[in-house]
Each structure stands twice: as C-alpha cells, then as structure tokens.
Design a protein around this ligand. Structure first.
Ligand SMILES: Cc1ncc(COP(=O)(O)O)c(C=O)c1O
Length: 390
C-alpha cells in the first residue's frame, strides 16, 4: 500500500465511523417523478427538476435537434470557438426574464459562483455572507482571498452590525446569499438586504438556483414581492427547474462585459454544449407561458406540510430535521422500503446535529403519492410532537 492509499483509507475510516460516508447510486429518472435504482422503482422526493422539464417532449426535441445540427460538445472555450449562437440567444432570454440589461452563461452554477466572486473582490476587499450559503458561494469567497464575515442565517441585525464595523476598512464589498436556501427551503429577506447593501455601498449577489422557474412568476426570488428586489448580481443555474445544465449571471451590461473578460471559469473552460442551451431556451418558453405548471411544486409542498402540521412552505423544498446523521439515514432507508426516495442530507452539507430529510416537490408528483409520503413519515415518528390543541 502506498502512502497515498494510507492517507485516503485513514480519512475514509473517520468519515465512515461518523456515518458520513457517501456513495453514488446509479439512478435512472423517468418522466413521472420516478427513479429506478438497484432494480427498483421509487417515487423520488429528492430531485430538483421541479417542473419536470428535463423530460418534457418539447425540451427534449429541441436538445435532440441541436445535437443533430451542432454535435454534442462545444469543443473550445467561449473565447475561442465555443460561443455557439444559441448561447447569445439564451443570454437574451435570461436577461429578459430577470429584468437586466445583460446575462452571461457559465458551464454550471458552481462554475458561475467561483468565477463571479473573485471578479469583484480581492485580498483587500470584504465579503459578508449568510452562514447557510451554498458551498459554491463559500468556494468563490475563498478563491477571492477577500476577508470573509459570516452572518447568522437571515439575521439582518447581525449583518448590519458587521457592515458597520468592517465595511469601512475595505475598498469593495460583496454581500452573498442564496435567494432560496437549498437545504432549508426558506427565503432570504431581499427587501431588507437590497437597501442595507446600498446603504453600505456593498454589492448584493443572490444565488437563485432554487427560485427561478418556480417563484415570482418564474422569474425567481427577486420577483416575489410587489416590488422587484434591488439585486445587482442575480446568479442562478439552469440545472434545476430549467431542466438543463449550466449557470448564469444576470446584471448590467458593464458588469457582464467585465465578468466575461475576467471570470476564470468562463475564460479557461469549455463552453456549454449547444444542446444544453437549446434545452434551456425551450424550458424558458414553457416557464414564461405556463403559470399553472409553475405553481404546482409549491402547491404540493404546502399540501405535504399542512397534513403534517409543519409551517407553510414558501418554496418547494421542505426539510424534516432529524439531528443525528445515522438516524437520518435510517429514516431514509425506512422510506425507501415503502417505495420513496428521500435522500438523507448530512454534515458537511448541513450543520452538525441537523441531519435531515430534504424533501423536494415537483409538478409531476401525484397528490396521492404526496399523501402516502406524509403517512409514511407519520408512521416513522420522526417529527417533533405537535402541541395539543385545547
Ligand atoms: C444554491 C445552489 N447554488 C448553486 C448550485 C450549483 O449549481 P450547479 O448544479 O449548476 O453547479 C446548487 C446546486 O447544486 C445550489 O443548490
């Protein structure tokens, strides 16, 4: 055994001892919210294809057509020959959806965040970020080498205090938050974050991976209230409700032109395959016209929560927090035995002691399956006791 194997084995032993080891399971998703894995079909409550557009006949047809015409890969960076005209068309559509002058498409949401953040902050600068931000926002912040201050989740008083203490010591500042928090399904208070950021001349970036397509008439979390939230950097992904693959930034023309020049995850990586852009454009066509479809995932999340006496969800992600990682795994296994795929989410994806079932709802779930899931969860007795009604 080499020292490299020794190193890996010792690390793995520790991960396994804490019930935190991960494995990949070959999984085939179908159009009816089902997955087949290890020879069994399960109803999945763990997919982010909220509108099931990855299986929509029109979306698939447009992707197939793009493959026939343009091949399967982009073959070079967008700076060289990888900037297929479909990319520009997709950017125009995204900018229109988000109400910005311009947009820029990246290879993925993760690549977007690790490219964008270092464009605006360097070692002399400062970043303020919510403690529950997605891992790729933390990765982008780290890559920027800026000073990072983490504020308590959605705690505007804490953020204001950190801004008052630290903002003045740095030339440039970013505030980073998820629009919809990926593991908790709650919303960032963008109506407060926008003005607070402006008051301190800090640039607000929202990661709306889980909002676009589903919230705010499909336009995302910035469009929920009566007024559009003041977010100069609206980032998101094409890989969830949009049913394709890729990431994006929507912003003003100078901001986008600058990021196109500077983001290392644009310049030094191959462009998105044209078929992914074609699929995303087809999905946006559907999202823009089909209000009934857009409303379905949150309606199902609310049906689920109401039957279990949980708070009314604002999004289509509902966490059932269990605590210990091994108990979350056991609950997931018990649900699997009854025909449901509800993956357990454990540290480091979530904080120590908050392992959970993260349940996601999609347009394709039958209400009957949602109700059967509530019954299965009730039978597991993993929910906190409901207060007695008098
Ligand atoms: C909040 C959030 N941001 C970014 C990403 C990364 O996006 P992508 O899967 O397109 O890399 C994800 C999901 O994976 C996410 O949940």
């Amino acid at each position: 055994m080499t020292s490299l194997d020794d190193f890996a084995r010792a690390k793995l032993d520790r991960i396994r001892a804490a019930a935190l080891d991960r494995r990949t399971v070959p999984t085939v998703r179908d159009a009816r919210a089902g997955v087949t894995r290890e020879g069994r079909r399960l109803i999945s409550f763990s997919c982010n294809d909220y509108l099931n557009l990855a299986h929509h006949p029109e979306v698939k047809a447009r992707a197939r057509e793009a493959i026939e015409l343009y091949g399967t890969g982009a073959a070079a960076s967008r700076m060289v020959t990888g900037d297929h005209p479909l990319m520009g068309e997709l950017e125009t559509r995204l900018a229109r959806l988000k109400g910005t002058e311009a947009a820029l498409v990246f290879g993925s949401g993760f690549l977007a965040n690790i490219g964008i953040i270092p464009c605006f902050t360097g070692p002399d600068d400062v970043i303020f970020m919510d403690e529950l931000c997605h891992a790729c926002l933390f990765a982008g912040a780290k890559l920027s080498a800026a000073t990072v201050h983490v504020f308590r989740h959605n705690d505007m008083a804490h953020l204001a205090e950190l801004l008052a203490t630290h903002r003045g010591q740095h030339p440039h500042a970013l505030i980073l938050t998820d629009g919809v928090f990926s593991m908790d399904g709650d919303l960032a208070p963008l109506d407060q974050l926008g003005p607070l950021a402006e008051a301190h001349d800090a640039w607000l970036l929202t990661d709306d991976a889980h909002g676009v397509g589903v919230l705010g008439a499909g336009r995302g979390s910035s469009f929920i209230g009566s007024e559009k939230a003041r977010v100069p950097l609206q980032m998101g992904t094409l890989s969830k409700a949009i049913g394709s693959y890729g990431g994006y930034l929507c912003a003003s023309t100078p901001v986008i032109d600058f990021v196109r020049n500077r983001a290392r995850s644009i310049v030094f990586t191959t462009g998105l395959p044209p078929a992914s852009a074609a699929a995303a454009i087809a999905a946006l066509d559907i999202i823009e016209c089909d209000a009934a479809l857009r409303a379905e995932p949150v309606r199902k999340a609310r049906l689920f929560a109401a039957r279990l006496g949980l708070p009314t969800p604002e999004t289509c992600i509902v966490p059932v927090i269990i605590g210990a990682a091994d108990q979350a795994l056991a609950a997931s296994k018990a649900l699997e035995a009854q025909g449901f795929l509800v993956v357990a989410i454990r540290p480091p994806t979530v904080a120590e002691g908050t392992a959970r079932l993260r349940i996601t709802f999609t347009a394709a779930h039958d209400d009957a399956d949602v109700i059967r899931l509530t019954e299965a969860i009730t039978a597991l007795a993993i929910l906190p006791a409901r207060p007695e009604t008098v």
